[in-house]
Design a protein around this ligand. Structure first.
Ligand SMILES: [Zn+2]
Length: 562
């Protein structure tokens, strides 16, 4: 009772002012010190917008009137960096709440290879349980076993076991990488419904979300309206046998679930489920602060399917703004004092066909000759070395980590690696190629992530036991999709370039005084920043990032983290 009164007083009188923050105590504070807890938010809401580049944010921020408008009144960091080279979903989500770069989290890519393991494809999916014989890279048993560091939610639970750690997304890897190993409730979309970890039941909130999705698919839904400001984007651009740029997300009656998934409606369903879990688990209403991670995947699915600069992404930005507004308003209605951070797992880049029309004549698709199978075949032709079983070179595409077949060893392996370096380094679409030894010898980078060398970026997502024998870096504006699949995969991310590395980082809490800090920061700064505000005391070296002072004035929200 007393605590509630004090919390209301603190919220009303102080908001997120410096004195309120400075009075906080570590999460382990005993109930005998209720006054100390009043400054802490009751809920940490961590939102990731999959593929929301700083470029998209800059392009659309003037039009936002919903959830983004609220966030724009908080602490705005328009140049957050997913500073590593492997700008993919799994590594990106792993940085947000662990404060660790992929070099330490171990999440070096969505998929990596271990040519020495028994499974035929030698491929490992980032959020699978390798110890479960039922798990495959294509149909994983979902787990956080491969994540080598704890998440903020786990650290908070260690400090106070009553903290609930909940995560929801359309993607399993987003749930796992934001939630971590000890998740109280975690749901992601699979096929035509939300699912959860092996051995767990769907709770009523998830069952309701699935019933709503089934009903929507059965009934269908009309095309979405494009705001007037989308007008200039509404132009057809030819890719392959069709066009992109004018699609409006009509959901025909009885449509395949993927039509729903690749649309703003997937985000709406994810937000609905998140709110269902807030009520079911009474998040933000307990003695200790809870963590709710929400990763909204539709921007990424849309970016991949039709690119980033058509009317589709414009509609998505408007719908996303509205879905975020709905999420925040629902938490307000429940009188939950929440601290929200919004960021992205990586940025993105448009399809080269439209880039070429719009002042980037050099944009291209990667040469098929850079695919691992083609490189392996060419190396065999040149050296006579072939693998007794399986391909000579393993890799997940025409760039990134590449691995030599484990049966090729000693002098033969050296020849294969040298020929691989020769072929890739001399290719006109390749900027740089690093060997594992070169990256291992490179110091972990520090300082302004915008100024890091290409090698330092690659170092930040290098881990000797998981990374390739070589890492191939493509030129700027080379899309690593040799042959586009219209409506599914025409554009992507994953590069070392800043269109893929730079993402917004927005913090907001009721009553806080906003500011904008344009200098580069990193997504690994988020966890230490949140830890300080909730008063979680951790050892030095727990995070690769630094605490960002969210107090716009002379106060410092980081002070008690020291
Ligand atoms: Zn992603």
């Amino acid at each position: 009772m007393r605590r509630t009164v004090l919390r209301l007083l603190a919220t009303a009188a102080l908001g997120l002012s410096a004195p309120a923050l400075a009075q906080g105590q570590p999460a382990a504070a005993s109930p005998a010190e209720p006054a100390a807890e009043t400054a802490r938010p009751q809920l940490v809401l961590a939102v990731s917008i999959d593929q929301l580049s700083s470029d998209l944010f800059a392009q659309y921020r003037e039009h936002f009137t919903g959830g983004f408008a609220r966030l724009l009144s908080g602490a705005v960091f328009p140049s957050g960096f997913q500073s590593h080279a492997a700008t993919e979903t799994c590594p990106g989500h792993s940085t947000i709440l662990t404060g660790a770069r992929p070099a330490r989290s171990g999440i070096i890519a969505n998929n990596w290879f271990n040519p020495a393991i028994a499974r035929a494809d030698k491929k490992i999916y980032c959020s699978e349980d390798l110890s479960d014989p039922a798990s495959t890279s294509g149909n994983p048993v979902v787990s956080a076993n491969l994540l080598k560091v704890p998440t903020l939610g786990e650290l908070m639970k260690a400090a106070n076991p009553t903290t609930r750690n909940v995560a929801v997304s359309a993607k399993d890897r987003a749930v796992v990488m934001m939630g971590g190993h000890k998740i109280d409730a975690g749901y992601w979309w699979k096929g035509s419904s939300f699912t959860t970890f092996k051995g767990r039941e769907l709770t009523p909130a998830a069952q309701r979300a699935n019933a709503a999705a089934s009903a929507l698919l059965a009934k269908g839904a009309p095309a979405l309206k494009a705001p007037a400001w989308c007008g200039p984007r509404d132009q057809a651009v030819a890719i392959g046998n069709g066009t992109v740029g004018t699609y409006r997300f009509a959901l025909p009656k009885g449509a395949k679930p993927d039509v729903l998934r690749v649309s703003p409606r997937m985000d709406a369903a994810t937000v609905d489920l998140a709110l269902g879990l807030v009520d079911e688990l009474k998040l933000g209403q307990g003695a200790a602060p809870d963590v709710l991670s929400v990763s909204l995947s539709a921007s990424d699915y849309i970016g991949h399917a039709v690119g980033t600069e058509g009317v589709e992404m414009c509609i998505q930005m408007a719908e996303l703004d509205s879905n975020l507004g709905r999420l925040f308003a629902a938490l307000d209605k429940r009188k939950i004092d929440y601290l929200v951070v919004l960021t992205a797992d990586h940025g993105g880049h448009d399809a080269p066909e439209r880039l070429r029309q719009q002042a980037m004549p050099g944009a291209s698709r990667a040469d098929k000759a850079l695919m691992p199978a083609a490189l392996g075949a060419e190396i065999t032709r040149r050296t006579g070395i072939a693998a007794p079983q399986g391909p000579l070179i393993y890799g997940d595409g025409p760039f990134g980590d590449m691995y030599v077949n484990a049966a090729v060893t000693g002098a033969a392996k050296t020849r294969v690696v040298n020929e691989l370096l020769n072929l890739t380094r001399n290719h006109p679409q390749v900027t740089a190629v690093f060997t594992a030894a070169e990256l291992a010898a490179t110091p972990v980078p520090a300082g302004n992530p915008q100024d890091w060398t290409i090698k330092e970026r690659a170092r930040a997502s290098f881990m000797a036991e998981r990374s390739g024998d070589v890492v191939v870096v493509l030129n700027r504006a080379v899309t690593p999709i040799p042959e586009p699949v219209l409506g599914a995969y025409v554009a992507t991310h994953g590069s070392v370039w800043d269109y893929d590395r730079r993402v917004p980082m927005l913090f907001w809490r009721k009553g806080m005084t906003g500011f904008e800090q344009p200098n580069p920061v990193e997504t690994v700064d988020i966890a230490p920043t949140l830890a300080a505000v909730i008063g979680l005391r951790l050892d030095d070296g727990a995070f690769d990032g630094r605490c960002l002072d969210l107090d716009a004035g002379a106060g410092n929200s980081c002070e008690r983290a020291k």
